[in-house]
Design a protein around this ligand. Structure first.
Ligand code: ATP
Ligand code: MG
Length: 155
């Protein structure tokens, strides 16, 4: 059971609990574990047409703002996935990591389809974490449309 687990993480408190849970399951079932972070280009896309730039201190030039944001999100994703890798290695578990770009829910579902995952593990809330909502929109969409069971971990 659970030969392949897909862990979706945005580094939020409930995603971090989901990380621990996914590592535990992988340990128990000897599963392969993949951790995924999705860069959501929605914010940067909105600003792209305005052609605003950000100064780059090191070489006195500028960089388009949307590129700057995407680079920052890429760095964030690498940090989050690096932390998961470290945590898993301490438990003797190997993790494959991946960063995709696009709508988070759609990319999580696509990754699960492409890699034949048998379960998706994710948090109930993410970085926005509105207290009045029971579940975030990414968790909601993935749990309704994923090709496999989805384990949603509450904060
Ligand atoms: N960009 C992402 N990359 C990978 N996993 C994500 C991403 N965004 C959300 N998730 C996963 O989905 C879970 C629920 O987060 P979600 O985004 O649904 O809630 P939210 O941020 O509180 O609300 P919303 O995004 O709907 O405003 C997270 O704990 C994480 O496991
Ligand atoms: Mg979110």
């Amino acid at each position: 059971m659970y030969k392949k687990i897909l862990l979706a993480t945005d580094g939020s408190p409930s995603a971090r609990k989901a990380e621990d849970h996914a590592i535990e399951i992988a340990k128990k079932f000897g599963s392969r574990l993949e951790a995924l972070y999705v860069i959501d280009p929605e914010f940067s896309a909105r600003i792209r047409s305005h052609r605003v730039t950000v100064p780059v201190k090191t070489n006195n030039t500028t960089v388009p703002f949307h590129e700057y944001i995407e680079q920052a999100l890429m760095k964030k994703g690498e940090e989050i996935l690096g932390d998961v890798k470290e945590k898993a290695e301490k438990e003797g578990i190997r993790v494959d990591t991946k960063i995709r770009k696009g709508n988070p829910a759609e990319e999580i579902i696509r990754e699960a389809e492409d890699t034949f995952c048998e379960v998706i593990v994710m948090g109930s809330k993410g970085l926005k974490g509105l207290s009045r909502a029971f579940i975030g929109s990414v968790a909601d969409k993935v749990s309704r449309r994923a090709p496999c069971p989805v384990l949603v971990i509450r904060e």
